[in-house]
Design a protein around this ligand. Sequence first.
Ligand SMILES: *[C@@H]1O[C@H](CO)[C@@H](O)[C@H](O)[C@H]1NC(C)=O
Ligand SMILES: *[C@@H]1O[C@H](CO)[C@@H](O)[C@H](O)[C@H]1NC(C)=O
Length: 271
Amino acid sequence: MDRDPNPNGAETFSLINPWIRYFLFLFSFLFWMFSLCIVAIGVYARVQKATDPVRDTFLIDPAIILIVVGVVMFFITYCGCIGALRENIPLLKAFSFSLTLLFLIQLIIAIMGFFYSDQTRDALGRFVKKAIVHYRDDLDIQNLMDYIQQEFRCCGWNNYTDWSWNIYFNCSQGNPSTERCAVPFSCCTPVPIETVINTMCGFGVQTQKYLEAAVSIFTEGCADRAVTWIESHLLFVGTMALGLALPQQIGGIVLSQMLVSQIQNEISSLL
Ligand SMILES: *[C@@H]1O[C@H](CO)[C@@H](O)[C@H](O)[C@H]1NC(C)=O
Ligand SMILES: *[C@@H]1O[C@H](CO)[C@@H](O)[C@H](O)[C@H]1NC(C)=O
């Protein structure tokens, strides 16, 4: 668009394919706007939780992850978008380089996730232990744990006695809590014919033997339940995610490289 008119006055013949250029522009533009949405959601989630007393429960706040991913995506798609629009070689090269880097990082993460599933299980265990300890401190954590236990029909990480990690449910003698030796209601097995829901069904179960407790609660720990589920689904989800993201990245790399070489040809033909 900023090129000099042909000095011979003849019809300008461009070596740049407008379809490639506009497709790359549109494609980057959509993801550029999308990255702004991700940053906005991350900032909103961060501000919402700013008054929360338990902010450092987990290693990284998910809102921070959203903001970082959004900002990185913003700069990458900016390069693709403005690079295609202005036919700017450095921006297009930066776009292609960042996509290649991202592609390699994803591939490494996928391969590591596959080979380090034991470490993944341990990390998940530490996460659930923290969630059990802070169960009463944060409503989000409480909802998450309740959801996990109901969904996977499990209780605690190894088994139901893990609820002693939480000071309210801790089963040691001196504990003054009314919930001593109890487990949360989300551990209770559903009783369909019961007319009045017994919210106290988890009380005192930590003192009971496995078979006795199994009458009222899920006795199996979430480790085995959830990990079995994740292992059977992660392969599918991971394959799907990579299957969708990788072609887009490869498409971006190929198109930007084509555009760069077309612009270079155009420049050398004008010299
Ligand atoms: C629960 O798990 C802990 C740790 O793995 C184990 O020591 C304990 O015996 C288990 N209790 C029951 C009732 O299965
Ligand atoms: C329960 O509380 C006691 C006393 O505070 C503590 O020594 C014990 O380690 C706690 N139990 C668990 C499983 O954390």
